[in-house]
Design a protein around this ligand. Structure first.
Ligand SMILES: Nc1ncnc2c1ncn2[C@@H]1O[C@H](COP(=O)(O)OP(=O)(O)OP(=O)(O)O)[C@@H](O)[C@H]1O
Ligand SMILES: [Mg+2]
Length: 212
């Protein structure tokens, strides 16, 4: 019989098996891409696999420039909107190209993708998301606002907790904003949620010590 330590499953073992899942999806995407009609969907699958590998740490992380991370998250949510047949979102960015974030790019992609996905999932018609970043003294302020229905007011005080959700269709919901808050906190930042004036959508504000 093997040593007990040898028989314990590791993170590498999980990565190994998830890579098998990714390989099947990649093979299927390659097959789809041979037919002109499915090329776009095949590319979507390919990008989702890359994102999955990045999340797992199976491919190298990139430098955390805000503008690039936001672009990756926009691509991912646009892929989602197409695949899930959701109304398309228009993104308006006011971000300087040299704005850096602390830590790891894949963490920040999770932050922005969870915020964008929420807007995408709640919109009943094509909408708009604005992303703005401003440096003020030693703090970087980032706002993500949408023109959707806004956040139910009774949810606002507890919206970053787990299991707080208005989704009815899925059994395990109410985790996205918890992930957002946990990552922002990990980098000594703060995130708040509010509704825009005149009930015109939601706004999430992240404040972070400047990464320099
Ligand atoms: N942009 C938004 N506009 C309106 N309501 C929102 C918005 N973002 C979040 N919410 C509300 O906050 C709830 C919690 O969001 P959160 O991302 O934590 O969980 P979820 O989206 O319901 O599920 P999960 O992210 O786990 O799939 C949502 O169910 C929704 O009611
Ligand atoms: Mg969510």
């Amino acid at each position: 019989m093997d040593d007990a330590a040898e028989s314990e499953l590791t993170r590498e073992d999980l990565i190994h098996d998830l890579n098998n899942v990714f390989e099947t999806i990649t093979e299927a995407a390659d097959l789809l891409s041979t037919d002109r009609r499915w090329k776009t969907l095949a590319a979507t699958l390919g990008r989702s696999v890359t994102r999955g590998k990045r999340l797992l740490g199976a491919i190298p992380d990139s430098t955390p420039y805000l503008a690039g991370i936001v672009e990756d998250a926009i691509q991912s949510v646009t892929d989602y909107c197409i695949a899930a047949r959701k109304p398309r979102l228009r993104f308006v960015r006011e971000i300087s190209t040299d704005t850096r974030l602390p830590g790891s790019a894949k963490d920040w992609e999770r932050v922005f993708l969870n915020l964008f996905l929420n807007a995408a999932q709640i919109m009943q018609k094509p909408g708009r998301i604005d992303i703005e970043a401003q440096q003020f003294e030693n703090t970087l302020w980032i706002t993500v606002s949408d023109n959707g229905p806004g956040i139910p007011v009774d949810l606002l005080p507890r919206i970053f907790r787990t299991n707080v959700s208005t989704k009815t269709s899925r059994s395990r919901s109410g985790r996205g904003l918890h992930i957002v808050a946990a990552i922002v906190k990990q980098y000594a930042g703060r995130v708040t949620a509010a509704n825009r004036e005149r009930g015109n959508g939601a706004v999430f504000t992240i404040s972070l010590p400047s990464a320099g």
